[in-house]
Design a protein around this ligand. Structure first.
Ligand code: SF4
Ligand code: SF4
Length: 279
């Protein structure tokens, strides 16, 4: 994202809407400026503020006159008074930032809007996590923090060494140069995104091992990491296998979502009509 210095009147409204704190008023040029390293191209500034088309010279003059009278002339807080945003035509590799940071932009590898896939939310029709398996979503970044792709690679390489199965339809998997090694394309490692998700699955008995690996790598990263665990329930709707492992590791369990197996099956994996739960 760029801000046109000829149009900006330094009202500061956009500095409050950027989830990465990437917009600041440059004291030298007295204009709002975007920190290109930190900007994740989420377009929250451009889409979140109404664009008015006031004359910048006029607005600056009025603001100065008001200032001399110890008064303030500020636009409404949800407005850029001079439509100063100038979104760029994003090219590779910077366009990767937007694909993972603007939830309205479908990722070209999955067709899904945002940073991940539907993962276990639709497991009753997709059958991605089968009986005896556990699916993990390992989520990196948050508004205010973000994540560098190279940090995600640090995790994916360790997981690949442990021989986990990466979800093929996941956007990060689609950007790997070598899925077996967990390496991501070199040319995007220095791109930053709002958040991204690695999706893997392993046999149930490897649940603890994977969680401990994630804990170990997470300590080295300068972002936040959240683990989601998805598993199939018993026919009576309970989970007596994975839940005790998670509790032993200190997690307080919340059942985030339960799929009832009532959806139209799009894949034909075995036994997809069992009740399943996602934690
Ligand atoms: S809202 Fe518009 S005019 Fe105000 S500081 Fe931001 S870019 Fe400049
Ligand atoms: S595109 Fe997003 S990250 Fe970049 S300056 Fe605008 S709000 Fe901030």
């Amino acid at each position: 994202m760029r801000i046109d210095p000829d149009k900006c009147v330094a009202c500061g409204n956009c500095t409050y809407v950027c989830p990465m704190g990437a917009i600041y008023i440059d004291p030298v040029i007295r204009r709002a400026t975007v920190n290109r390293d930190e900007c994740v191209e989420c377009y929250a500034c451009y889409n979140g503020l109404s664009q008015e088309h006031l004359n910048p010279t006029l607005v600056r003059t009025v603001r100065k006159v008001f200032q001399m009278m110890r008064l303030r002339f500020d636009p409404e807080p949800d407005v850029c008074p001079t439509a100063a945003f100038a979104p760029e035509e994003l090219t590779w590799p910077r366009v990767v930032r937007r694909a993972f940071s603007d939830p309205r932009v479908p990722h070209e590898s999955t067709g899904v809007e945002g940073r991940g896939t539907e993962e276990v939310k639709t497991n009753d029709v997709s059958g991605r996590v089968n009986v005896g398996e556990v699916g993990f979503t390992i989520e990196f970044g948050r508004p205010g923090v973000g994540v560098w792709i190279r940090e995600i690679q640090e995790m994916s390489v360790v997981l690949a060494r442990a021989d986990v199965a990466f979800e093929k339809k996941n956007p990060i998997t689609s950007l790997m140069s070598d899925v077996a090694a967990g390496t991501i394309r070199q040319d995007i490692l220095n791109e930053k995104v709002l958040s991204a998700i690695l999706e893997i699955k392993v046999p149930v008995e490897r649940t603890e091992e994977v969680i401990r690996l994630v804990w170990e790598v997470e300590k080295r990263l300068e972002t936040v990491v959240a683990i989601g665990v998805g598993t199939r329930c018993d026919p009576d709707g309970e989970d007596r296998t994975v839940a005790p492992i998670l509790e032993r590791l200190g997690y307080k369990l919340e059942r985030a979502k339960t799929n009832m197996g009532l959806g139209r099956i799009t894949n034909s994996p075995p036994a997809v009509r069992q009740t399943e739960g996602a934690r």
